[in-house]
Write a new protein. Sequence first.
Length: 361
Amino acid sequence: MITGNKGEWSEPYALLKLLADGKLYLGDENFNKVKDIFYPILKIIRHEKNRMVDFSFDDELVIISDGELIFKIPLLKFISNTKLCFDKIKSSKKGKGSFEIPEIESFLESFSITSLKAKSKLKNDITIQIKDPNTFISPTLGFSIKSQLGRPSTLVNASKPTNFTFLIKGKTLSEEEILELKEIKIFSSKIKMLKDLGASLEFEKVEHPIFASNLQTIDYNFDKILAEILILFYSNDISSENTVAKFIEKVTNKNSIGYNLDINPTMYEMIMKKFLTDYALGMRAAEVWKRDYQATGGYLIVRSDGELICYHFYFTKNFEDYLFNNTKLETADPNRNEFGNIYSENGQQKIKLNLQIRFTK
């Protein structure tokens, strides 16, 4: 039997829902459908192990081909199984973990789909060809499926390469003070103690040279901007204030980089949106980023009510606004990623702070 959690079952649900609707809807920054804008779906492509499965439409039939077999299934079956799949996902108890949906597994197997997760060398979960009535072209768009039915996913995953190194300035800490700081688990309290001791943090470098180089593709000063945001985040003890948008507002007001905000007051926001977009489209901390947008094209969101909306760099502004307005910083596991403790290097005391960004929904 196939088992999966709510997020994993959301992937076949999205396939069924797209076929049942036959339309792709754009979303705004508040997860609402953009009024009166949708794109007819011409074809859906799913990578199933070592083969591609194509889905298209012929009146009230869904035509499915895996290169060898052809299936013709009434559209009404997709409509009924879409509702069944959603009801089963929603009714699964919170925190249950993996579960089965035998009826949906049987339906998927009837047209040779045998796994929850699409198998692909690309980072697309699903590929959709739409008809754009405005341009009279039919672009093929790749999507990563994100679900609001389970826990929000991360955009920037914590790792050792996402560590930023800071110098301890203004105070040489004693061994006793370092041990006391190490015992403090709440980072806002740790940063406050440093400040009370007369110490301050001065950004030195991004720990991993590849990530440092990737950040320069966004803006030459972007590492300094992120470092400033990290200090604000780790000093903050109000979780509702940890959103990317709020931190950008604060660094804009300070303007430590010295951009001419009289000419363009949205400089920091634009730079952050570029970073979030590039990271969503394939940038990784330890891989050289060459803006290869073939990796993925955008996100398909399974809303908590079962509706689907899309954000794609084909629709740039919606995608950027969605990422900017629905992300926050969070603290990862310090033990796994080796940050948060005072150490000495070449006679200089230092501390590493880690960058992780998660969706709020």
